[in-house]
Design a binder for this molecule. Structure first.
Ligand code: TYD
Ligand code: MG
Length: 466
């Protein structure tokens, strides 16, 4: 009797193993291995000698017409894609459950049909009535989107092929609910998710329709995460946000047809997602803080300047190892700034718990935030408020030097626009009419200014007497 091969697939990265284990050897994920039915096809036999169709090779030069992109009319969304959606391309829109993916894509669908395009919205999660209710709530109940509730991929493809006129865009919500009936695995497994995506992508390439696939991000690994699809699609968009906050950010992680550093900012309101075209105003608290530990960072996200508030709290720690808690920034980077403050400016945080937070739930990646973080930390340590009308930016080196960063001019302009009057910035950061620039060459200058009588070396009587 033939031995039955067992087949465990990591739901996070798609690696296949023959034995179950608590941890995936390939990606290190815990509890992500699930037994899946092996595919029924026999092992491939090779191509044999039968010739195929002869390929017609062409040269690189050609018409070179730029691809006409489809605009959804939602500028924050289109910009992240590089200025609209490319016909025949496939994008994955990934995010935590409940973050607003269905809402966003329904609004995008309404935007596309308003330009006279046929758009199919297929949901495996909600019934048609539920989708209609949501559409009414979003004030787009009359938009002629072609709706269907289905989970069988065969039915979906047959339905799409029969649509007239053929769809210019197809939205599938979500990939984890679909199944291909030739596979034994349950919906949501790696095998099903890949097979469904593969068929949908083939449809989109063949028909020229834009394909937008919704994928839930999963923490437990019970259903396949978006990682297993990222290499199959042209564009991967993450839709992120903090549950407690009303704003949401779309960010391209991969983009074959555009930039990957653009973000689109939305606010979740009672009537759906509203575009935020001036995000700085959203991320700054309305009143200028006079509390210690707060610094305004003049950042850049993609092509846009963005001012955000960096908050630090420094409190005496109980004996043992002090805590370092970071929200919205890199914890390794915080450790570095703390170490440079200690080594180069004599400001020790060893007996303190340090909390760092980027206000509003935004996540910043730029090293240019170093100086704002350092200023917030020094201000919290000295319990001295910073000038509420000042912005900060600059990268800090391990030697304590403050280095120039890109797009200083755009940062200053944005600060000026929002009524700031001073900027602490690296040398040669340019100028802006209403802003007084305070050049900072070294980190020690900040410490000397804010915490002149810092307890760097606790004075002992012997010091005084030499
Ligand atoms: P949804 O788009 O269903 O999330 P996902 O598809 O990513 O799972 O949105 C879920 C949340 O958004 C839900 O908690 C309700 C909220 N919401 C609003 O606040 N306003 C609205 O107009 C809509 C449609 C949803
Ligand atoms: Mg949904």
């Amino acid at each position: 009797m033939a031995r039955v091969e067992r087949h465990f697939v990591c739901q996070s990265c798609g690696a296949v193993q023959s034995r179950w284990a608590g941890k995936c050897e390939a990606c290190g994920g815990w509890n992500t291995l699930i037994e899946e039915a092996p595919s029924r096809e026999a092992a491939p036999k090779g191509l044999g000698t039968k010739p195929g169709r002869k390929l017609a090779f062409v040269s690189l030069e050609g018409t070179g017409q730029p691809l006409a992109r489809l605009g959804t009319g939602i500028a924050e969304f289109d910009r992240v894609f590089g200025g609209g959606l490319i016909p025949g391309s496939a994008a994955l829109v990934a995010g935590d459950p409940g973050i607003g993916k269905s809402t966003l894509l329904l609004q995008a669908a309404a935007g596309l049909v308003s330009h006279g395009l046929q758009v199919a919205y297929v949901s495996g999660e909600e019934g048609v009535e539920q989708i209609r209710l949501r559409a009414r709530r979003l004030g787009m109940g009359e938009a002629p989107v072609a709706l269907a509730a289905a989970t069988s991929l065969r039915d979906i493809l047959t339905g799409l092929e029969a649509l007239s006129p053929p769809p210019a865009a197809v939205i599938v919500d979500s990939i984890q609910t679909l199944f291909v009936d030739t596979l034994d695995s349950a919906p949501g497994t790696v095998a099903q998710v890949r097979a469904s995506a593969h068929e949908l992508i083939r449809f989109s390439k063949r028909s020229g329709a834009v394909l937008l696939i919704v994928g839930h991000v999963t923490k437990e690994g019970q259903i396949a995460g978006p990682k297993v699809l990222e290499h199959m699609v042209d564009t991967v968009i993450y839709f992120e946000g903090e549950r407690g906050h009303q704003f949401r950010i779309v960010r391209a992680i991969k983009n074959r047809f555009g930039p990957t550093d653009e973000i689109g900012v939305f606010e979740m309101t009672g009537a759906g997602l509203k575009e935020v075209s001036n995000p700085s105003a959203l991320f700054l608290s309305t009143e200028r803080s006079t509390v210690s530990g707060t610094a305004i960072f003049a950042g850049i996200e993609g092509t846009r300047p963005l001012l955000v508030e960096v908050q630090a709290l420094v409190v005496a720690a109980p004996p043992g190892s002090p805590r370092r808690t970071v929200v919205g920034w890199d914890s390794g980077r915080l450790a570095m700034v703390l170490a440079v403050l200690e080594a180069r400016a004599g400001l020790s945080f060893g007996q303190y718990d340090v909390f760092l937070n980027v206000a509003g739930g935004l996540r910043i990646e730029e090293p240019a935030a170093d100086l704002a973080v350092a200023a917030a930390l020094v201000s919290a340590h000295a319990d001295t408020a910073l000038d509420g009308r000042a912005v900060w930016f600059g990268e800090i080196g391990l030697s304590g030097d403050v280095r120039p960063v890109s797009q200083a001019q755009a940062r200053l302009k944005e600060a000026e626009k929002l009524g700031f009057e001073r900027a602490f910035a690296p040398l040669d950061s340019g100028a802006a009419a209403g802003i007084r620039i305070e050049s900072v060459k070294r980190l020690e200058e900040i410490v000397a200014r804010l915490a002149p009588e810092r307890p760097a070396r606790p004075r002992r009587p012997s010091d005084r007497h030499g």
